[in-house]
Design a protein around this ligand. Structure first.
Ligand SMILES: O=C(O)COP(=O)(O)O
Length: 217
């Protein structure tokens, strides 16, 4: 077994879920009489969990009660749309397959609600073994807090300095740094290189071959 292990972010790193998330939020907004947004605007709304996504989509002007109503409706809509347009990014299946063949320990840490994280993992990645799959749960602080990453590290049975954290946003880079892990920023997701570098990326990769080379080095 490898001396190293990896924790992957999900949205924007393993799967391109932008359109389904954006369409589901837009439908929710429409039903409640709010203005909708261009799909690309959601690249900057997604990353800090669903409630923050809804706050940003309503221009941070709504109170908790309204956000809670939107949240309830969003969950119903997104449950149906979760895999309508969502795709696994190019090269991810090959990467996971190669890691699997080497018994390389893998885990998931997402700010997507835990049940939706499990739905996506079952739908797209049921062929691979993950030591731990964690979405956002009310019982534990979400990324960039290090708590969930540190719990996963225990399951991975590696020291944090031997764990790569792979993600596409500053939230992921900050989580890696807060947990003492090695931060790898991917450029095929929702944010740009500057954001990843400014938030502590130790490595930046533009394709899954580059990512694999770092993970096994
Ligand atoms: O749904 C979100 O807000 C972010 O999800 P991620 O952590 O998998 O990028």
């Amino acid at each position: 077994m490898s001396q190293k292990a990896v924790i992957f972010d999900l949205d924007g790193t393993l799967i391109d879920s932008l359109e389904d998330l954006a369409n589901s939020v837009n439908q929710t907004l429409k039903e409640f009489g709010f203005n909708t947004h261009e799909i690309n605007a959601y690249k900057y709304f997604i990353g800090d969990g669903v409630k923050v996504l809804l706050k940003r989509a309503t221009n941070e002007k709504e109170n908790e009660e309204t956000i809670e109503k939107l949240h309830k409706r969003f969950k119903v809509i997104y449950k149906k749309e979760i895999d309508s347009k969502t795709k696994v990014y190019e090269g991810i299946h090959q990467l996971l397959g190669k890691l699997e063949n080497q018994a390389y320990p893998k885990a998931i840490l997402s700010n997507k609600p835990h049940n939706f994280t499990l739905d996506c993992m079952n739908k797209f990645f049921s062929n691979y073994s993950f030591v731990n799959i964690s979405g956002q749960k009310d019982s534990i602080a979400k990324k960039p807090d290090a708590s969930a990453a540190l719990l996963i590290a225990k399951d991975l049975e590696k020291d944090v300095e031997n764990i790569y954290f792979v993600g596409d946003t500053k939230i992921d880079m900050q989580t890696a740094k807060n947990a003492g892990m090695i931060a790898i920023g991917v450029l095929w997701g929702f944010r740009d290189e500057k954001e990843l570098r400014d938030n502590g990326a130790d490595f930046i990769v533009s394709n899954t071959d580059e990512l694999y080379d770092i993970l096994i080095s």
